[in-house]
Design a protein around this ligand. Sequence first.
Ligand code: NDP
Length: 450
Amino acid sequence: MIKNAYLNRVYEELALRNAHEPEYLQAVKEVLESIQPLVEKHPEYEKADLIERLVEPERIITFRVPWVDDSGNVHVNRGYRVQFNSAIGPYKGGLRFHPSVNQSILKFLGFEQVFKNSLTTLPMGGGKGGSDFDPKGKSDMEVMRFCQSFMTELYRHIGQFVDCPAGDIGVGAREVGYMFGQYRRLTNSYQGGMMTGKGLTYGGSLARKQATGYGLCYFTAEALKCMRNDSFAGKKVVISGSGNVAIYAAEKAAQLGGTVITMSDSAGYVYDPNGIDLDYVKDLKEVRRGRISEYTTSHPDATYVADCRKVWETPCDIALPCATQNEIDAESAKALVKGGCTVVCEGANMPSTAEAISVYLENGILYGPAKASNAGGVATSGLEMSQNSERLSWTFEEVDSKLQEIMKGIFHASYDASVEAGSTGNLMVGANCAGFLKVATAMMEQGICY
Ligand code: NDP
């Protein structure tokens, strides 16, 4: 609940003006609830209308993306870039290609990104973009033509010192490559840091592909160690999704001694009591671009359930949601508690509804909120930009060890801020407060320019 009168007024006005943007309002409400102690401690924020400015994106660009399929038919999708906040660095955040993409989803993602990027300690502002284009079932040439058309408008709004996109749902190395190539052609300039998640032959960073999933497990492991004196060893781990984040979360969870027993896609989930065969999933998803249901054809002990929401009914110790927003509601959260789960750390952005988070907190679940626990992806994108600026490439081990330090640092910053805010151990409150304070200070020091 927002008790502070100033924050409540800002939220009520925002809700009236953006009534048709539920995901965005959900993300803002969570942050405003968390930062109440800080706003009370700093009355100067209200005098400077700081929160009003913080919740309004600096700029939103919407554009037409026409493209031609392999049969010569013309299609038109809608493209977006939400440039949310550049107080601490150029806008940075992924591009999502998925039919569900709309302004509300990109505003929530851009807003979250502001605080997440702040937590990494690297100089990156927050943004997000994408399109309602669905790459599923499209040929490589169709995806290429779409990406080139998308970049033909986007290029004039981005650049290494302005706005630096990356991947997200539906945007992996293939799409980043096509977009980077088109940017280079249109601008006649080679700006390595303009985009991250690049291929290794043209400025990509080792360990970027693994970073979000590995980082999630580094964060979880540090939280388990410090808050529970425990580890992944011997734990049953339920993971949703089977994309980039899910695959590398599963890999690291297994390396740290856990047994990953589920993975899913939007059609359903597989349960393998022997532990998910990751080599198979990598080939299925990264090479063949197939469906997770195919897993059972070569794994006779595994079962497939054609309802991805039921994955949370699988008894486990640790849950790592790695698919999409609001994939765990109160009912699914209760199912997790019933199945013995005591740790939920988020790989996806905002995968838990507000009601689900209440269930976690009421039941003493160790809850790692996305903006802290999945920040490893963007942190390593920041490291990719550093390497591009230096004109150097670091080894996998160098990048991975920096990632580990950053994720440990994010856990401790979140934990310490939770203590400071009077909510010891509530990492959601802590992450929101720690992420907010740096951005707020930067905005105050730079005057009312934005
Ligand atoms: P991918 O496109 O690689 O994979 C997405 C996975 O989630 C797929 O298995 C997909 O299944 C599933 N999924 C997508 N939409 C839905 C839906 N509506 N319901 C159920 N399942 C769904 O994306 P990423 O792995 O990159 O991203 C996953 C999450 O992690 C997102 O929330 C993203 O914002 C977040 N994230 C990603 C980062 C990155 O570095 N890539 C960084 C930080 C956060 P299907 O194939 O059926 O669509």
